[in-house]
Design a protein around this ligand. Sequence first.
Ligand code: NAD
Length: 433
Amino acid sequence: MTNQVDTFKMLKMQVEKDNNKIHAFEVAQIQLEKATNKMNLDPNILAQLKEPERVLMVSIPVKMDNGTVKVFTGFRSHYNTARGPAKGGVRYHPDVSLDEVKALSAWMTWKCAVAGIPYGGSKGGITCNPKEMSEGELERLSRRYIYEISSVIGPKKDIPAPDVYTTPKIMGWYIDTYNKLTGEASFSTITGKPLELWGSEGRKEATARGLSYTIEIAAKKLNINPLKATVVIQGYGNAGSIAAKLLHEQGYKIIAVSDSKGGVFNKKGIDPFEVLIHKNKTGTVSNYPKARSITNKNLLELECDVLVPAALEGVITKKNANNIKAKIIAEAANGPTTPDADEILYRRGVFMIPDILANSGGVTVSYFEWIQGLYGYFWDEERVNRRLKKLMVKAFNEVLKLAQREKIDNRTAAYIYAVSQVAKAMEARGIWP
Ligand code: NAD
């Protein structure tokens, strides 16, 4: 136990040492340590849970439109596969790094375990700026990435999906490349595909829909009436914009939204449909005429009932945690809150719906897409949403029960639940050879 505590302190110091740069994998390790310090976990299991099972780093040469060849770096990390094939999205972003991909693959492992779906966790990414690339360049990048990682993916090995700045169209290129390489016509190697390529009904909305189910439970618990409640959302992509739409339909007032170029705020409310039209026209939510401009920093600190970080990690830190005024934080993004901030928010009574629970709707419907692809039998949206709700409510209740019983924060409870599921699978397997 002493060793665990020491490691926890050491990692915590490392993160504090370099406050300007949040190292996502250190955050993931601290979260794991914090949870396992409260568990009676076999140290031999813990030792195996601290690092990914395997990481692949690839060079991706791409012929650019101007005739030159640019070499990009790509990653795929399999964190743990005790509970099933690895599962996780692929991110295209200038800040993608090995550290980030490892962290995201750890979070996928815990998320699949919390959601109760038969997967391990993985993640991939390419360090690139898709906003500066033509469609042709993006297609060549995507196809070559799948070629480079093809030996470690497959319907029973590892199943990629979309993440930040990757879309169903890119998933279409992925599945086509994989099928051409293997000579198979499998539709279960990739999820988040377009419906024409046997994507699932409801997948596009799944992350936000799952998130809205968790907000519904939290709001009831805190006696918050949706018809009188306000919501702030950072990030207006797949997760953020659809969360805005669904919560608006449920009667919540969306008072501020943002994207990478900045935010807009109107305390009387913002129509998420109009903002989306504005974003589709101009490429950003900024300068939406019926609201005033606000920075991403100030947006997080607005007075509101529900705050939804739906962009990148490390945005709620010890620097701003004391200024957060939301009653509920529903983490659509992966890793938006640092461990220091978690402690402050818990002390201040902010109700946290942690990422590995809050945004697990996306991977849950990816699981449904995988099942449908394997069987070649496809469900309607009503069935998808009904089954999603059942799994999300079950997962949330398990986490809340544990948090209340042990008097711990929701993130630690979610981790304890997840880690014990993974540990049980590892114990049942034993060590090979
Ligand atoms: P997306 O590419 O569709 O949208 C990302 C959004 O974040 C865009 O609006 C972008 O402008 C904004 N953004 C980027 N940098 C920003 C910054 N510095 N400040 C403010 N906004 C910024 O991506 P997405 O799929 O919506 O993913 C968003 C988050 O949700 C990520 O953390 C992702 O890992 C997580 N997530 C997504 C899914 C899914 O199914 N899409 C599932 C689980 C978790």
